[in-house]
Design a binder for this molecule. Sequence first.
Ligand code: MN
Length: 494
Amino acid sequence: MATKIFVLDTTLRDGEQTPGVSLSPEQKLGIAKALDELGVDALEAGAAITSEGEREGIKKIAKEGLKADVYSFARILKQDIDLALDCDVDGIFLVAPTSDLHIKYKLGSSREAVLKSVIELVGYCRQHGLKVDVCCEDGSRSEPAFLLKVLKAVEQAKADRFTLADTVGALTPGRMSDLVKVLAKKAKIPLGVHCHDDLGMATANTVAAVRSGARAVDVTINGLGERAGNASLEEVVMALKTSYGYSMNVKTERLSAISDMVERVTGVPVPPNKAIVGENAFTHEAGIHVDGILKKPETYELISPELVGARRRFVLGKHVGMKSVKKMVEELDLKATDGQLAEIFKQVKFMGDKGKRVTNVDLEAIAGQVMGIEQKRLIRLEELVTVAGNKFTPTASVKLVINGSEVVESATGTGPVDAAMNAIRKATKDVPFELVEYHVDAISGGSDALVRIMVKLKSKDRIITSQGTGADIILASVDAMVNGLNSIMARMSR
Ligand code: MN
């Protein structure tokens, strides 16, 4: 039987402490429900002491009847626990500083006083039917003998778990392993670990702790958290599973979707090269790799994208190989001869060499021109007018010619670009698509810079990327949309 690891998610507490992130009670509830469906065993919903709004969020989550246990963060103060009790949580994440640095300079207290408070408050939680996870703040820089003393005392007071926090991300896997072994030898209750990424070691340290006897991991979606963030749930879960075969209740095929949701709601972008959930985690460009993948995916993929709910993508650029070009031309429902393919390949390489990203729409245009297919522009922009400024609601009107007939629409938006996009959306309401990504790059410096707009449109199962370039950001955005829509409509008419 595989050893079971308990997953406690703290996206809604430590993750929300990411600089610049603040979630409404409704947003917190949305993420909590998604975490519950993901299969986390417990979630820290917030710190009840923080604010009225925070308590409202925690209450909503506690009332939802989730399978996961709902915890509130509390300092070693009775008032923090009382406020959490008012929110009807299942448990308390009781954070007790244990390093002399924290005890002396932050609390102005002593080890004896901290120990006394922890014992009392664990008892107080138990009397009120609360679970309690005692977390040693700055545990990694605490004297191991004192950690053991706290461990033994809270075991006696009937704490449920003892969590070692590497609060400032000071450890490396070897040092984490040494410390956890000391605790594991004596522990009668499960040990947890809470790691930060200040040295880029959070995932490695969490895995090392589990290998040395920890049975619970504190993690966040996308590795959100204070400063450099916390250990990321998706990395820890996949590392424990693929490298060691530990079992967890997490349904890994939901990882991509929840990562997207948290990115959207918090506004903190996931770097493209982020493990497991980054945009490039299953994207291949180099010809040698694509060739290998097409023969056997394991050649260049450690885990299959389906396992984490992601999709494999091939992109075109200067490292592209003939096999990817062939496959992508086939995906356009075009039948090119070997000679035509060779010419398409040459032109894609040429574009890639100039540092340009080659989108689907570019490939379609190249293939169309090489194969002598008439490029039907089924949708064309005739007129665009936008109004913006501090006295106006941003408004745009467009005149499009769609399949030969004129369509005029107008819309408002958060800014002129958004208004123009909304107007196009209204004018093309019969075309099935949604805008899933919008990206701006300034190609040159200065306020007269050329901008390149990349949009990603989703139409049924297909993702279409297209771009527009120019000095006018609104016009370039509209061009990118119209280019993508032409590709969708050409497909529909084929
Ligand atoms: Mn933390």
